[in-house]
Design a binder for this molecule. Sequence first.
Ligand SMILES: [Ca+2]
Ligand SMILES: [Ca+2]
Ligand SMILES: [Ca+2]
Ligand SMILES: [Ca+2]
Length: 454
Amino acid sequence: MKSLRGWSSVVLFAPCFLAAACSAPADTGDAASDMVTAVDVRDVAVARDTGPDRPLPADPCASDALVDLTTVTPNSSGVVRYMGDSTFTRDVAGPSAPMGCISYMPDTHHAGHEVILKYRMRTTAGLIATTDNTGTAAEFDTVLFILNACTSTANSLGCNDDMNGNTVHSLVTSDGELAAGTDVYVVVSGYSPPANNMYLDSGPFEITLREVPATAANGACTPGMSVCATGTHCLVSFTDPMMAVCMTDGTAGALCRNTATRCDTGLTCSAAAATDAGICRSVVTPPAACDPTGRVSVCMTPALCERITGTAASCTTTTVNEVEPNDTSANAQAAVSVTTVYSAGFMTGIDQDCFAVTVAAGQSLVIETNDGQGGCPADTLVKLYAPAVADAGAPAVLVQDDDGGPGLCSYIDGTVTTSPAHALAAGTYMICVAQAGTMPGAVPQYYTSVTIAP
Ligand SMILES: [Ca+2]
Ligand SMILES: [Ca+2]
Ligand SMILES: [Ca+2]
Ligand SMILES: [Ca+2]
């Protein structure tokens, strides 16, 4: 473990602002030829690494490489700050980032150029660490993760690549509370190789670490920013999509536990493999009510969860198969006058599926595409056409929707009084479903529920 005292200050170079302008020597793999840069001090709470050039350690967990923050006193705001530089660290040598953390994985990218900080919890609390500070080069695409040990088999306590869509810097929160006195290892790494020549996979960085009280179960939280109490996770509420709460693992609509009993009694984990992330849901049988988002309940296979009673959804096994060709108003499927769930598919290329529906005066239409299990098998676009009027040309689109349903599926809710599908004039309307985009691939199965609401 490297001492933070007793080194003289040497700053070798200014941050690189373009990859091409950087003069970092190639990593020859020869430890003696690789040098680390010095870092400096910004305030009393900043850990000081002012070492002279030294050989690049082969292992970032080795005692002469690890940055020891365990004795650093935080500033008056409780923040521990460390200025570092990973420019001359090895690209691949230390622990791997947990699966699913790095954007676009799995591919050839990895978390490289690791600098590892040993941190000791002062209190029993959550830990938040971020590289999104002014001392981190704007182009440095950081990946930040927390481990319970500095080994290749350590458990991840949290990982983040990009804290939001506006930056490639990272903000990681610990997965639950950490007991006072616990040592954790915060890995500062780079998205390697860089996504493109706009970014760097190593460079100067400024990391801040802060201990925060964990939010108790059912408390309001911000996904990706809050630490929820151990055994709970911050999820968007299924009763209020504008709000997120720390939901207790294993309960309906919450994450499955990572233990043998993944969900509470009566609930099933949506993930097939025991180690995969999933949601706990109840499995219900027709004609019981179900959750059209698939969050808290799904229908027993092969029943579908469809909005067959207005906006509420129920399990049903009754579907009507599409009959091709049905691509135009001229050959739309025969009109129905009762709520109907169509089972259809998209052929490769431009396949549009049109269904006619006859409504009485004042009735409304609710239309949704989905996979029947709260998901979405294709990026659909739904158009509702007004009744064709003789000699008036092509029927007009009353309303259309692209992504209002689950995922990239579509949803038109005519029970909303301002919807063009609300309180319709009597007549035969046409609904056409196609895939968004040009020349999409085949989709073997999707469903369109057409509900006639009183
Ligand atoms: Ca990043
Ligand atoms: Ca079709
Ligand atoms: Ca068709
Ligand atoms: Ca869509």
